[in-house]
Design a protein around this ligand. Structure first.
Ligand code: 26M
Length: 820
């Protein structure tokens, strides 16, 4: 008899094996005798995917039936990494899968490695969105993510002759984790004009007409929570020409080429992730991406709301929408347009709904990253939206004028329209005016935005509208998955794995920091993780590193404000110091491996020079026989989420050394400490709160404070700027040609010596070097070092993204978990 091909919910090793075999033989149409690692990965993923579907459907039914308030997290980036390992651990069947795969002749680690990272993000902002989805599901919140289904994620980085080369990241060849919803589509309008008409009652209504239509198609990705049946949804939109494959009229009239061109132009919208991190470049296609995604998501949200037959006034009681930076700010304008133009609500009624629905998270104070769009471009692409933006601005400025009648300049300062040449729409201001809460991502950062870039708005709205939610990370991926042995060891002292759901339980570790056996086991695990990274380094760079050396790691996007140049100048200083020693002196020194990794935006020339310098220094130092194991300099190619899972557990000390006041939070700092590494850092972003939690004696802080940065910069420009003497020696060595053609690095040196040293590299250099000496000294005392690591981990409970989500839920969204 015919049987429906129902997903089968296996619950043990045998059930899993049956499912794998079924998928190999039927879904993949292969023989089990011709099953390689890719096929094993595919079948294993399909088996777990089937399991997730059941929970996913139930979760969605439950959320619809209960009809409680939902959260929508709008982010142009979701840096998810791999899904299989995470799904196995969350479902709780990784051991069953491991044994099952072993019986079929595979090692689970090799199978997991077959998966291509889902790399739909640049860096911190995209990874934060991914951690938040994990926590939302784990805490049983009814929540959806909305994003773009880029055909190409962040580029793959290759290092060729010491230079970064970008290779396209085509990742969709086989992706078992997404479900195309060809029946869930939205027509998205661009260009056209606005028609005004007057109704019988004298009311004028505007309607947006003409232009062109692009179709949005939904692709759904299940997001499993850890040890809970809640499985939420991430909906990613893909762009397609409307009206099927071709424009039939053009096709039939023989205009085949232009019909294909139309199709390609439509598909271009979701083709590629913009690879900039903290830089805004004002490209038309980027604005198209933003509107396409925002309009499709809002249509979907409104459609779902309308099914509940509630009155519009209840919209903000049912729906909270969080804007991940200003990238989705057009959602504010789009919702206002839907409510007044399509649904016929009064402006004020609609605006009240809009502002009570949205919350906006700011992730940066860097001026070059603040989004602005030329008025002319918005007018052309979205004519009705520009009118609404002008109206929002008019009403806003009227209230400001009433409240501050004597301050003429404030209107110019806070206007959503910057009166420049050309005029610009200031997206952050629009996001503030259209939201009920604005938050920064660490205490210092939230203080800074209140005191600087958003100061006027604090005056206008009062300080309650501006709040802080310090970032966090998911301990499921960043401890349990990345560092399984440490997770097991911790579980022996914390009464099982409960800490993965309540990270404050880590505090039970603290009393074992002095326990000799525990320390030894802890140190053994760190060593094993270093051996694993050393093997990766050998396989990918050919360089042999000693796992007993101190591993010093800086992995993050390459940016002048993050100061990888400070790090590499420090490494050169160390090299010169070692070279100046007698062999006897040298023997007493501590061995170090300096590990760098990270991508430069393709158009960021200075960042690419920094990568080149690191590689050039490595080429010299790593082949210097006098130095041997005492110093190695490694640049790890193509840093991404799955590489971070190998790197974080293997670090002894990691570097978070941004110019004070520039890094909004940082989240890798948390990942490194949670994995039993210490950090060297500036008083910036979340480093400050990490210090508060772990204690000053367990972190290596250095450098000038944020409050002094302005004066120092001023002194560079208007006073005399003398470079630190040790740094000058480093510069002279580079200029001698020790690390290759000195001309290549002229701009990096010039930025410090002659162009005002905006990032205070010279000001902080001495303090940085001194602090590294303290690191060396501390590392020599392994017993105390390990005790510091254990104590720090014990005090990291605050930095779980579960705490963040609970704070957002309480303070911003007013939503509650849906208990299963
Ligand atoms: C803008 C315009 C065009 C193309 C890309 C962008 C753009 C993309 C990503 C701008 C900024 C982007 O991300 C900024 C970011 O990652 N910020 C980081 O956010 C983290 C999470 O809050 C913080 O931990 C980091 O400190 C902050 O730098």
């Amino acid at each position: 008899a015919w049987q429906r091909n129902q997903p089968r919910s296996f619950s043990d090793k045998n059930g899993f094996e049956q499912e794998v075999v079924r998928h190999v033989e039927t879904t993949l149409a292969r023989s089990v005798f011709n099953c390689d690692e890719i096929a094993a990965y595919s079948a294993t993923s399909l088996a777990f995917r089937d399991r997730l579907i059941t929970d996913w459907n139930k979760t969605q039914q439950r959320q619809t039936y209960r009809d409680t308030k939902r959260v929508y997290y709008l982010s142009l980036e979701f840096l998810m990494g791999r899904a299989l390992d995470n799904a196995m651990l969350n479902v709780g069947l990784k051991d069953a899968a491991k044994d099952g795969l072993q019986e079929l002749g595979f090692r689970i680690e090799d199978v997991i490695k077959q998966e291509h990272d889902a790399a739909l993000g640049n860096g911190g902002l995209g990874r934060l969105a991914a951690c938040f989805l994990d926590s939302l599901a784990t805490l049983n919140f009814p929540a959806w993510g909305y994003g773009l289904r880029y055909r190409y994620g962040i580029f793959k980085q290759e290092i060729i002759d010491g230079y970064q080369v970008e290779v396209p990241d085509y990742w969709l060849d086989f992706n078992p984790w997404e479900f195309p919803r060809h029946d869930v589509t939205v027509d998205i309008q661009f260009f056209g004009h606005v028609n005004k008409s007057t109704k019988a009652d004298g009311k004028t209504i505007s309607s947006w007409e003409g232009g062109e239509i692009v179709q949005a198609v939904a692709y759904d990705v299940p997001i499993p929570g850890y040890a809970t049946p809640t499985t939420n949804n991430l909906r990613l939109w893909s762009s397609k020409a409307s009206g099927g494959e071709f424009d039939f009229q053009k096709f039939n009239s023989g205009d085949y080429e232009s019909s294909v061109a139309d199709q390609q132009r439509a598909e271009t919208i979701s083709a590629v992730l913009y690879p900039n991190d903290n830089l805004e470049r004002g490209k038309e296609l980027r604005l198209k991406q933003q509107y396409f995604w925002v309009a499709a998501s809002l249509y979907d949200i409104v459609r779902r709301f309308k099914k509940s037959k509630r009155s519009w006034k209840e919209f903000p009681d049912q729906i909270a929408i969080q804007l991940n930076d200003t990238h989705p700010t057009l959602a504010i304008v789009e919702l206002q347009r839907i409510l007044i133009d399509v649904e016929g609500l009064e402006w004020d009624v609609a605006w009240n709904i809009v502002t009570n629905t949205f919350g906006y998270t700011n992730h940066t104070v860097l001026p070059e990253a603040l989004e602005k769009w030329p008025v002319g471009l918005v007018q052309h692409l979205l004519p009705r939206h520009l009118q609404i933006i002008y109206d929002i601005n008019l009403f806003f400025l009227q209230t400001v004028e009433k409240a501050f009648p004597k301050d003429r300049d404030i209107l110019r300062r806070v206007s959503i329209i910057e009166e420049s040449q050309p005029k610009m729409v200031r997206m952050a201001y629009l996001a503030i005016v259209g939201s009920h809460k604005v938050n920064g991502v660490a205490e210092l950062h939230s203080d800074l935005i209140r005191a600087t870039i958003f100061k006027d708005f604090v005056e206008i709205y009062g300080s309650d509208k501006f709040t802080n939610v310090t970032n966090g990370i998911t301990p499921r991926r960043w401890l349990h998955q990345a560092n399984p042995r440490l997770s097991e060891l911790i579980a022996t002292k914390c009464g099982g794995h409960g800490f993965l759901k309540d990270l404050t339980l880590l505090n039970k570790l603290e009393k074992h920091a002095g326990d000799k056996d525990f320390r030894r086991e802890w140190a053994e695990i760190k060593y094993a993780n270093k051996v694993r990274l050393a093997k990766h380094i050998k396989d990918t760079t050919g360089v042999t590193v000693n796992p007993a050396a101190l591993f010093d790691v800086q992995v993050k996007r390459i940016h002048e404000y993050k100061r990888q140049q400070l790090n590499i100048f420090g490494v050169i200083h160390r090299y010169l110091t070692l070279k100046a020693m007698t062999p006897e002196e040298r023997k007493k020194q501590l061995a170090r491996v300096s590990i760098f990794g990270g991508k430069a935006a393709p158009g960021y020339w200075m960042a690419k020079q920094i990568i080149h310098l690191v590689n050039s220094v490595g080429a010299v130092v790593n082949n210097d026989e006098e130095i041997g194991d005492l110093l190695k300099v490694i640049f790890l190619e193509d840093y991404n989420v799955s590489k971070a899972e190998i790197i974080c557990p293997a670090s002894d000390i990691s570097e978070h050394i941004s110019t004070a006041g520039t890094e909004a939070s940082g989240t890798s700092n948390m990942k490194f400490v949670l994995n039993g590494g210490l950090i060297i850092g500036t008083c910036d972003g979340a480093n400050i709160e990490i210090t508060r939690e772990v204690g000053e004696s367990n972190i290596f802080l250095f450098g000038n404070l944020a409050e002094d940065v302005e004066d120092l910069r001023h002194a560079h420009t208007y006073g005399s700027h003398s470079i630190d003497a040790d740094l000058e020696k480093v510069f002279l060595e580079i200029e001698k040609g020790t690390f290759g053609t000195p001309h290549d690095f002229g701009a990096m040196i010039g930025a410090v010596r002659s162009h005002g040293d905006y990032y205070l590299v010279s000001d902080d250099f001495h303090s940085y070097i001194e602090t590294h000496h303290l690191v060396d000294a501390a590392y020599r005392n392994q017993d105390e070092w390990i005790a510091k690591c254990i104590t720090s981990v014990a005090r990291m409970g605050f930095f779980t993204s579960d705490r963040c989500i609970n704070e957002y839920a309480e303070e911003i969204w007013n939503v509650e978990p849906l208990v299963v």
